[in-house]
Design a binder for this molecule. Sequence first.
Ligand SMILES: C[S@@+](CC[C@H](N)C(=O)[O-])C[C@H]1O[C@@H](n2cnc3c(N)ncnc32)[C@H](O)[C@@H]1O
Length: 219
Amino acid sequence: MSVISTGDGSPTVFSEQYGVTYHSRHGAVTESAHVFITAGLRYKAVLRRELSVLEAGFGTGLNAFMTWLEAERRNLRVHYTGLELYPIPDSALEQLQYAEQLGAAERQEDFQRLHQLDWEQSFDLSDNFRFEKKRSSIEHFQAAEQFDIIYFDAFAPQAQPELWTPEVMAAMYAALRPEGVLVTYCAQGEFKRSLRAAGFSVERLQGPPGKREMTRATK
Ligand SMILES: C[S@@+](CC[C@H](N)C(=O)[O-])C[C@H]1O[C@@H](n2cnc3c(N)ncnc32)[C@H](O)[C@@H]1O
C-alpha cells in the first residue's frame, strides 16, 4: 500500500493488491463530499435529523470523518457503522492528514481515533456521532431495516465483481429502512440492473470531477 496525492491536494491510498486507489485520483475529499455527503447524508438530512449510516468499505475513514464533521455542523444525530475486512496499516494512516484538508486541523486526533477504537463496539464520540466498526465482509453482511443511508464504497466492479452482484444488492436493500438510499460513485449498467432486480428505484446523478455519473438508489 502506498499513499499518493490526488487532484484536489488530498491524499489517498493505492492498493497494490487490487491495483486501484481508495478514492478518485481527481480528488479524494472532493469525491467523498460529492458522492456520500451531498448525495447521501445531506439529501436525507432535509427530512430527518437522526440518521443511521452503513459504510461498505471503511478504508481510510475519510467518509466517516467527514460525516462526523457534517453531523456537528448541522446538529444531526448520526449512528455510523463501517464494514472493513482489511484495515489500512499505521504507516499509511500517519500520512493521511485529512483534518487540515477539511479546514479542521485541530481534529486530526479525532480522525486517528476512528482507526484506533476497538472493533465490534459502539462509541459515542460526541452528541452528534455514534460510531462502530465491524470486521465483517460486505458480501456476508446482513441486517434488517436498520439503516437510512448506505455509502457503498467497495473497489470498482472490475476489481471486485463479487461485491456488486444482485445478491449483495438484495442484502443492502434488506438492510435499509423504507425510503432509505444507497449512494455510490459507480454508474456501471450491470450494477444498476442488479439494484433494480433487488427492488431499488435508481437515479443517475452527476458524478464528481472526472466522472460523468454516479448512482443513488432508493428503497
Ligand atoms: C474504495 S475503498 C474504501 C474507501 C473508503 N470508503 C474511504 O473513505 O477511504 C474499498 C474498501 O473496501 C475494503 N474491502 C474490500 N473487500 C472487502 C470485503 N469483501 N468486505 C469488506 N471490506 C472490503 C477495502 O479494504 C477498502 O478499504
